[in-house]
Design a protein around this ligand. Sequence first.
Ligand code: FAD
Length: 323
Amino acid sequence: MTELQHLASTPLRGRLSRDVPMRKHTSWRTGGAAERMYQPADLEDLLVFLRGLPAGEPLYAVGLGSNLLVRDGGLRGTVLMLHGTLSGLHLELDGSIYVEAGVPGAKLARFAALQDLQGAEFFAGIPGTLGGMLAMNAGCYGNETWEKVLRVQTVNRHGEVHVRTPADYEIGYRHVMRIEDRGSRIEKHPPALRSSILDPQSSEFFVAAWLQFSRGDADSARQGIKALLSKRIATQPLNLPNAGSVFRNPQGDHAARLIEQCGLKGRRIGGAQVSEKHANFIVNTGAATAADIENLINEVQAAVKQQTGIKLHPEVLIIGEAK
Ligand SMILES: Cc1cc2nc3c(=O)[nH]c(=O)nc-3n(C[C@H](O)[C@H](O)[C@H](O)COP(=O)(O)OP(=O)(O)OC[C@H]3O[C@@H](n4cnc5c(N)ncnc54)[C@H](O)[C@@H]3O)c2cc1C
């Protein structure tokens, strides 16, 4: 399908763009173009868009693209760009925080601190949106996104809204799947892709959540955020485009330790390099193609398997077509 024949009966208020270079929307700053990108004006507009979407149109929800590699040949279908929209954030009467999917982690952490709440500090160091953090069960320093979730609001491909609780999901380390999806077609897709594919039969994506934090005080929360950011600056190659940890940590070990032990720090393919500062990061030294990065991921995986017998599994999501 080259032109999207949108079937909306109500006029759309969001922005539909074509041939959008995904390097502008991913933290690795490389990759091909999305055939179409839709940035809804708000939740209502998103629902109108989804209800008019032709059945076979591939659909990807994208936040800040901080866990995403789009291959150089680009992406067929439509990217739903939720960062810069779905940006609602407020304190509810019961003390929980209502936060929409496009809100970045840093903004959420600062907002919670301002409300004298404690426990949201770790979100400040994760450069993604709430939607991406829910999809990945993102976490660091002993905290995980879903530990804070009271309820989530989801929509499916048909534009139907649901409110769900953590009990509706199987939740683990960088893993979230609706229990209802177990055994369905969606389970056959790699975990990181499940939320993107929006299988017409089942899958949903996140539009908002209600999060619960404990009472604290703004000063200590701000200090916590500052300390956490300093730690990241000291240990991560934040001066070059990257996507955070490339591989999931295997049970009881660290991917970075294994990669370093195999002598792969500094290994390069084209413009992609295993960071000298943190071995589980691959940096774009300037002109890396998505193929450079993917080839390096494969090479690291093969070398670690050969030398240690352990198979590392990518945490980053790789989508699109090779050139
Ligand atoms: C410097 C750096 C440090 C990082 N540190 C950490 C860390 O400490 N801990 C950690 O867990 N991660 C870390 N990451 C990885 C990344 O920030 C997280 O995975 C984050 O949750 C991704 O959010 P995003 O909005 O960028 O998602 P994207 O990269 O845009 O998308 C990631 C996945 O989420 C899906 N998705 C996005 N929005 C939605 C939605 N609304 N509903 C359903 N699915 C959706 C996408 O389809 C895709 O499958 C780091 C990345 C960088 C660059």
